[in-house]
Design a protein around this ligand. Structure first.
Ligand code: A3P
Length: 318
């Protein structure tokens, strides 16, 4: 048995157990011993009951805004760095620990109020499901699935909107079809554009940690066209009361081409933009690029007994 000063002891420990260098937070209140030493002033309950994990450009902001209009649903507080998204489980924010995470949620003023979070980058991040499960094994996961080529095109336009130099200097086709021999910056952008749309790869990872009953898959086209039904199903899934009728809160805005909140209006101008349709060469490239991924998604959804999104029904084996 060796007794050393704390810092030296820690150094020795992590030399021996390198896999433990990266912290994994669990809920202190799930373990008697931890609960005993967890200060009275701290909470174990200011944690989300459900999380919208993305992916980006599938309608996650519209879903967030609509849910924020529900009096019993409390979204996380905006973060100065990531705006409306906390991005706790995938960024260096994770090293800030549990207090930091809990501080990003408002204090419920009613016992039935439910906390939730939306960070659209969680979906395709490899570390997130493991970390999320360690802290929140009961959390419900909400995933939106939009036709992946459409999602990639929306992502590209979002980059253009933010004056991203790569998007401004390369066409959509040049980015999505960039070969592996391309410079790193171009490959990085290509991957960020295409990777989230490999739905089966990412969904399989979530299913390694969470049972299918804890995951709600939403067809983005249904959110666009029939948000009232989507929001009714989601309220039942997260078990919030009362279940409100969103037809009283939402109205279709003809100019925008989307549903908007009657009281606070439509989303900002960078959501639901109008741009030229995708060129046929990119469309054909992406149809073949995502073909196997989409077929794998069909198999996966079949295995878990989930109906196909409308856009996926059309994809058939040749
Ligand atoms: P575009 O802006 O490319 O049209 P996210 O919020 O996840 O980044 O997704 C943005 C996309 O949400 C928009 O992409 C649009 O297609 C979709 N969307 C769904 N419902 C919407 C709504 N009510 N208002 C605006 N955009 C909506």
């Amino acid at each position: 048995l060796l007794a050393l000063p704390p810092v030296e002891m820690a150094r020795r420990y992590f030399q021996m157990y390198t896999q433990e260098i990266n912290a994994v937070w669990t809920n202190p209140c799930d373990y008697d011993k931890h609960r005993e030493i967890w200060p009275m002033s701290k909470s174990c309950t200011k944690l989300p009951s459900f999380i919208i994990v993305g992916p980006q450009k599938t309608g996650t902001t519209a879903l967030l805004r609509f849910l924020q209009a529900h009096p019993m649903l409390l979204g996380s507080k905006p973060d100065p760095v990531h705006f409306e998204e906390i991005q706790f489980f995938l960024t260096k924010n994770y090293q800030n620990g549990l207090d930091w995470y809990q501080d990003h949620f408002p204090k419920p003023s009613h016992p039935r109020q439910i906390l939730f979070e939306k960070s659209a980058n969680y979906f395709d991040n490899e570390l997130t499901p493991k970390r999320m499960y360690a802290l929140l094994p009961q959390v419900k996961i909400v995933i939106l699935l939009c036709e992946p080529a459409k999602r990639a095109y929306s992502w590209y336009h979002n980059m253009l909107f933010h004056n991203d130099t790569v998007a401004m200097n390369y066409t959509f086709f040049e980015i999505v079809s960039a070969p592996d021999s391309s410079p790193k910056f171009l490959k990085d952008v290509r991957n960020r554009c295409l990777r989230p749309g490999m739905y089966a790869v990412h969904l399989s990872r979530w299913l390694q940690y969470f049972p299918k009953e804890q995951i709600l898959l939403i067809d983005s086209d249904r959110l666009d066209n029939d948000p009232v039904t989507v929001l009714r199903d989601l309220q039942m899934f997260v078990d919030v009361e009362p279940v409100i009728d969103y037809s009283t809160i939402l109205e279709f805005n003809v100019d925008k081409g989307y549903f908007c909140l009657k009281e606070s209006g439509c989303l900002s101008s960078n959501k639901g933009r109008k741009y030229a349709p995708m060129d046929p060469v990119s469309r054909s490239f992406l149809t073949s690029y995502y073909r196997d991924h989409n077929l794998n998604l069909k198999t996966l959804l079949n295995n878990i007994g989930h109906p196909f999104p409308t856009w996926l029904e059309k994809i058939e084996e040749s």
